[in-house]
Design a protein around this ligand. Structure first.
Ligand SMILES: *Cc1c(COP(=O)(O)O)cnc(C)c1O
Length: 219
């Protein structure tokens, strides 16, 4: 199957309200261009340097999503163009994104990453940490970021029940905050689901799926 065929098949399987992020990390620009020619305009990368190199080379109507763990000292490289930062998991990082966004006169959209998996290795906030950030005075001062919602990754497992349980928990947390609009929060995006579990994620209420290998092939 070609990249175009994979994209067509996946898009046909997504409900209308679900946004597809084509995860292109490690793939060459030629592969991304194939997806672009097939109409894809949202790409997800997990390294700021790689994303910036691709942004420089590719058409400017692409929305670039940072889906990986963000190092504070690299935020400045993506601040001029990044469209959504999925993996924010500390107030300190939000403050740095806010600072760099201010320098380029932008408001940068972010998702807060919630820890839902059983694995020790995954990044993210727990519910108490999320609540503490959103309630803090320091957060309320950040005028150059907007929290658009939450992101999470389920445990890498064959157990669909387990995955369902984790995604449902994230959806419940999302629902708790989605009506609380403020000057820098506007919950509308729930980013959950990858190649192996996106159908389950959609059943659990995902509004944005991040799909890599099912589009571009194994990495
Ligand atoms: C790599 C990656 C994906 C895509 O994974 P696939 O299994 O290739 O679809 C989604 N989300 C994050 C955070 C990733 O790092």
């Amino acid at each position: 199957m070609t990249i175009r065929e994979n994209l067509t098949t996946i898009k046909a399987s997504l409900p209308e309200q679900v946004t597809l992020v084509a995860v292109s990390k490690t793939k060459p620009v030629a592969d991304l261009m194939e997806a672009y020619e097939a109409g894809q305009r949202i790409f997800g990368e997990n390294k700021i340097q790689e994303m910036t190199e691709k942004w420089e080379q590719m058409p400017k109507d692409i929305q670039w999503h940072m889906i990986g763990h963000v190092q504070s000292n690299k935020v400045k490289y993506m601040a001029p163009y990044v469209s959504l930062v999925h993996g924010v998991d500390s107030l300190k990082l939000l403050q740095e994104i806010n600072k760099q966004a201010q320098k380029t006169d932008r408001v940068i959209n972010c998702l807060l990453q919630i820890y839902i998996a059983e694995e020790e290795s995954k990044f993210g906030l727990d519910e108490n940490e999320l609540e503490a950030i959103l309630k803090s005075d320091a957060f309320k001062e950040l005028n150059h970021i907007c929290i658009k919602g939450l992101m999470g990754m389920a445990t890498f497992t064959d157990s669909n029940d387990q995955i369902k349980k984790e995604f449902s928990r994230l959806k419940a947390i999302f629902d708790k905050y989605k009506d609380n609009k403020s000057q820098n929060t506007d919950f509308s995006v729930l980013s959950m689901g990858m190649s192996g579990d996106y159908k389950t994620a959609i059943d659990c209420g995902s509004t944005m799926v991040r799909i890599g290998s099912s589009i571009f092939g194994v990495r």
